[in-house]
Design a protein around this ligand. Sequence first.
Ligand code: ADP
Ligand code: MG
Ligand code: MG
Length: 248
Amino acid sequence: MLEIKNLHASVEGKPILNGVNLTIRDGEVHVLMGPNGSGKSTLSNVLVGNPKYEVTEGSITFNGKDLLALSPEDRSHEGIFMSFQAPIEISGVSMTNFMRAAVNAKRKYLGEDPMKPSDFLKMLREKRKIVGLDAHFMSRGVNEGFSGGERKRNEIFQMAVLEPTFSILDETDSGLDVDALRIVAEGFNTLRTPQTSALVITHYQRMLDYLKPDFVHVLVNGSIVKDGDASLGYEIEEKGFDWVKDIR
Ligand code: ADP
Ligand code: MG
Ligand code: MG
């Protein structure tokens, strides 16, 4: 479903990604690991179309479409979702209204009518339960006054509501205590279907335990230097990144 070929990307004129190749099929969960500054978040940002990140070479196709030709909004409507390392606050816009706008924009793109208000509220309630997010968060501004853990939980809630087919979790687990991490990971697992896939950026062994990824990739200096299964993740956890760099 997602095919990244020879991807090169720069930020502010500085080359960061140097020929990334990655194929993610329907139903697969891939974990991306790598030292700080290796380009993991850059890859996430390129996938969602953040304009600060310039693709200088290579291609990305998503369900047969040229992803790089689509606007960030259309990528989202096509089913791509990204949970941010540091979710931002949007004060003055309630969670309910924010999610309604997002859901109906996607429906419009797909040629569907807006959801009936009663159906929408029922759906929000069901999705909140998946991540254990209390009702009062819905009337607050987006992430306004949310703790770090609540923001992360809210990211998975948004994922639940938008029902993406491809999700990117960029260190959604960082800063979570063990209970919040379990809720986020279990919420993510609940949302998995044979049609959905994900790229999960994490440093935590506990996340590997919960997610049981199909593949693990190691990004060093903007290139994937090693691919493996979940056992590669545990090996990294144990030995760090230096031995992988040496292989290269
Ligand atoms: P990782 O997520 O693996 O820690 P990043 O993709 O965030 O790595 O960063 C890779 C490199 O790109 C770093 O050197 C970082 O400073 C640089 N970089 C990333 N985003 C920006 C940005 N918006 N402006 C300037 N430099 C950036
Ligand atoms: Mg980082
Ligand atoms: Mg990062």
